[in-house]
Design a protein. Structure first.
Length: 250
């Protein structure tokens, strides 16, 4: 695959080459000479069909995760979230050691401790990873979903973007079936602090424990604001906000 570097930028197919715009710029690729019907029926392409099937399953799992936290997602995400999540789902799917090729599932990969560890710590905004913003200990009650950050001193234990005057903490407790896409998500009220040296213990309590079967996830959202004349404005439309999978349960 080549990258178009000239000053003339166009999209479409010309003389066997397909030009298109991507987040990485204008790219060009050769047109495939194999028909879709042959790929889907020819025994020579059985591996390709298996890969396509699992690619689709992985994409659905990533989409289900994003949908399960849609009320929060627009507040803390980067432009390549979907592709990063697809890569993660692919890695977790490889831990399904019971299904045949072409049918391996993210859900079964998450049954393993290794799969849970891969999901734990995922940052939805790679530009603001939790590890670079929160420099304080925290704990999660796996039964209730209550998340605690004890004795937080904002000016000393947060990576604060320039211009921020306040910070908001909120949590999500999610139960998601990665195979069916069925989920139940419960959220905590936000706790807002002024960015000063006051010591505060943050306690984020979800409205309820989510019902259903699936993988339990616990997420932390940190948002930065600038207060002007009593009104709080999100900095650069959330570019500095954090959302992280801080724990993964059963």
């Amino acid at each position: 695959m080549g990258k178009l570097t000239g000053i003339i930028k166009f999209q479409g197919t010309f003389d066997g080459l397909t030009f298109y715009k991507s987040p990485d710029g204008y790219l060009v690729k050769t047109k495939s000479g194999v028909s879709k019907n042959r790929i889907m029926t020819d025994p020579a392409y059985v591996r390709t069909r298996e890969n396509l099937s699992e690619f689709s399953l992985n994409a659905k799992s990533g989409k289900a995760l994003r949908q399960s936290i849609s009320p929060l997602l627009h507040r803390a995400k980067d432009s390549k979230l979907s592709s990063r999540m697809l890569k993660l789902m692919h890695t977790i799917k490889n831990l399904d050691h019971t299904s045949v090729r072409g049918e391996r599932l993210v859900r079964l990969g998450l049954d393993s401790a290794e799969g849970k560890l891969l999901l734990k710590g995922f940052d939805f905004n790679i530009q603001a990873p939790l590890s670079s913003v929160l420099h304080a200990g925290y704990s999660v009650d796996l039964a209730t979903g209550v998340l605690r950050i004890p004795d937080l001193i904002p000016l000393e234990q947060l990576g604060i973007p320039e211009g921020a005057t306040h910070v908001s903490f909120s949590a999500a407790f999610v139960n998601l079936d990665f195979e069916t896409g069925v989920f139940d998500s419960r959220y905590s009220p936000a706790v807002i602090l002024e960015l000063d040296n006051t010591i505060s213990t943050i306690i984020l309590t979800p409205e309820a424990v989510p019902t259903g079967t699936g993988t339990r996830m616990y997420l932390l959202l940190i948002e930065f604001f600038q207060e002007v004349n009593g009104v709080q404005y999100s900095l650069r439309n959330g570019a500095f906000n954090v959302m992280n999978v801080v724990e993964v349960g059963g």
